[in-house]
Design a protein around this ligand. Structure first.
Ligand code: BLA
Length: 509
């Protein structure tokens, strides 16, 4: 269904955003069959190729200069990888001196040719443009340094008002983890948004097509004719550079006061890790060459980020080993583990971030930080004891597993439960608080704003509220790395406890 009004907030994950049958007006589109006969064209083609305008059913080569047609054919023939857009910058399509930037790709039995006017002054030389920005990334080694530096460099490169690094969490919600913006803009840093703000089909599309430009949210889209070929197929615009954007998302951007948006996928280990999300508060057509530089920068950044993430993982593992050694030596004096909770709390501190820790050992309960009290904890024990002896239980909402945990949700909601002995069941538990329910917004929330037909939901504030709803009663999730460190910890603690109890037995003898 091509009717934009058929999709609203309730069903926008089903909107076929790759088949809206429209493009943005800053360029024109021609789709050809494998023998270069025009199967579809955008209705604005005449604004760009005024010399001789190809109609549906025409041979494209009859409308182009021989040399430019040859160039396109050979470029497309040389394209071997699936899902790549081949590019030609500054091609004199009709031999009349007017230059165009061309994007070419094949999708099934159709090749799509997209043309934009070539902007000579704004054209960037890839290597010249990339060298200084990559140099700036040199010194940045940690994930957060890299993201901050990349946001700054991307802003410098593109001249957009705001550049954000938007990272997806395991639950598909997202967080602005780095931001570079004009000083007069309110900050979006650390804000979180629900997964629905970027629907599933959009994420899938963004894995294939890494770059999206929305040059002017107020520019009406241009239709593609015919809507369907004689065989009934609609044109698949998945890999198009000019693809018109979902009206729901346009409304979101308008509600935010954004005039142009640009996003570039950050793909790591074959997964969509996040996006560069860039806003400009007026229309902004970025020439194809500049977009290509930004895309390449993002790909190089992704590689560096991947290395930084791997490094962080091995550093964490190394610290897990150090933790083992320290615990073994610190707890060697025969002191009871429960009394050494402060040591454990501190040593674990930034290895597995947590808000409280409890020890339930030999029927005695100790705790530090945000935790249930003894009585509350004891109500959990029967349920905890039903798990297998060596199994770590981790959850961002203990109450969803053990309803009694709802009693202390003001103190802790997430739990990483480490069984540390055989009989009776002993536990070390790390706790996490509920995710933040407040945010300090800059700017005046009462400021009158006009909203589109879907109301104020499509605004960052309402998005944040929607995110809050989705995480009510939940903590941040325990990552795979954290759980695997906890596995190591379980073994260490088991050793410590067995030793301590053995020593105690010795003394008693
Ligand atoms: C797409 N939503 C997007 C995109 C972003 C966001 C970055 C990619 C397109 C682009 O480059 O602009 C979301 N943008 C954000 C967020 C921030 C931001 C969270 O700047 C935070 C600062 N959007 C909604 C809701 C729906 C929705 C409720 O908020 C539907 C129920 C839909 N978002 C939606 C759709 C797309 C989208 C359909 C795909 C647009 C397209 O590529 O055609």
């Amino acid at each position: 269904d091509n009717n934009a009004n058929a999709y609203d907030l309730t069903n926008c994950d089903r909107e076929p955003i790759h088949k809206l049958g429209k493009i943005q007006p800053f360029g024109a589109l021609i789709a050809v069959t494998s023998d270069w006969i025009v199967a579809h064209r955008s209705t604005n083609l005449g604004e760009f190729l005024s010399n001789s305008v190809p109609n549906v059913g025409d041979r494209l080569q009859n409308h182009l200069s021989a040399s430019s047609f040859k160039k396109m054919v050979s470029t497309l023939a040389g394209s071997h990888t699936e899902d790549t857009q081949e590019r030609i910058f500054g091609l004199d399509l009709q031999g009349d001196g007017r230059l165009f930037d061309i994007a070419l790709h094949t999708q099934g039995d159709i090749s799509i040719v997209e043309i934009e006017p070539h902007d000579k002054d704004a054209t960037m030389d890839l290597t010249l443009a990339l060298r200084p920005v990559m140099a700036r990334l040199e010194g940045a080694d940690t994930v957060s340094d890299l993201c901050n530096q990349a946001a700054r460099q991307m802003k410098q490169l593109l001249g957009f008002d705001r550049v954000m690094v938007y990272q997806f969490h395991p639950d598909q919600s997202g967080e602005v983890v780095a931001e570079a913006r004009e000083p007069d803009l309110e900050s979006f840093l650390s804000l979180r948004y629900p997964k629905t703000d970027i629907p599933q089909q959009a994420r899938q599309l963004y894995m294939r097509n890494l770059f999206r430009i929305i040059a002017d949210v107020n520019a009406g889209p241009v239709a593609i004719e015919p809507e369907r070929r004689i065989t009934g197929e609609e044109l698949d615009l998945s890999l198009s550079t000019l693809r018109a954007v979902s009206p729901i998302h346009i409304e979101y951007l308008k509600n935010m006061g954004v005039g142009a948006s640009l996003s570039i996928s950050i793909v790591i280990d074959g997964k969509l890790w996040g996006l560069f999300a860039c806003h400009h508060y007026g229309p902004r057509i970025l020439p194809y060459s500049q977009r290509t530089v930004a895309e390449l920068f993002s790909q190089l950044f992704s590689l560096k980020l991947q290395i930084a993430i791997t490094d962080a993982g091995s550093r964490l593992k190394e610290r897990g080993r150090q933790l083992h050694d320290r615990l073994m030596s610190r707890l060697a004096g025969g002191t009871e583990l429960a009394e050494e909770l402060a040591t454990l709390d501190e040593l674990l501190g930034d290895i597995i971030p947590h808000d409280g820790v409890s020890a339930f050992i030999e029927d005695s309960y100790r705790s530090r930080g945000n935790t249930p009290d003894e009585e509350q904890f004891r109500t959990l024990v029967p349920a905890l004891n039903t798990a297998s002896i060596s199994q770590i239980i981790h959850t961002d909402s203990l109450a969803s597993l053990v309803p009694a945990a709802a009693e202390f949700s003001d103190k802790a909601v997430g739990a990483l439960i480490i069984p540390v002995s055989r009989r009776p069941r002993d536990y070390i538990v790390l706790w996490r608080r509920e995710l933040p329910q407040t945010v300090t917004w800059a700017g005046n929330p009462e400021k009158p704003v006009e909203h589109g037909p879907n109301g104020e939901r499509l605004t960052p504030r309402k998005s944040f509220e929607a995110w809050q709803q989705s995480v009510r009663g939940r903590s941040s999730v325990w990552t795979d790395e954290e759980v695997s460190i906890a596995e190591g910890l379980r073994v260490t603690l088991l050793e410590v406890i067995i030793r301590v109890t053995d020593e105690a037995m010795e003394e008693r003898r």
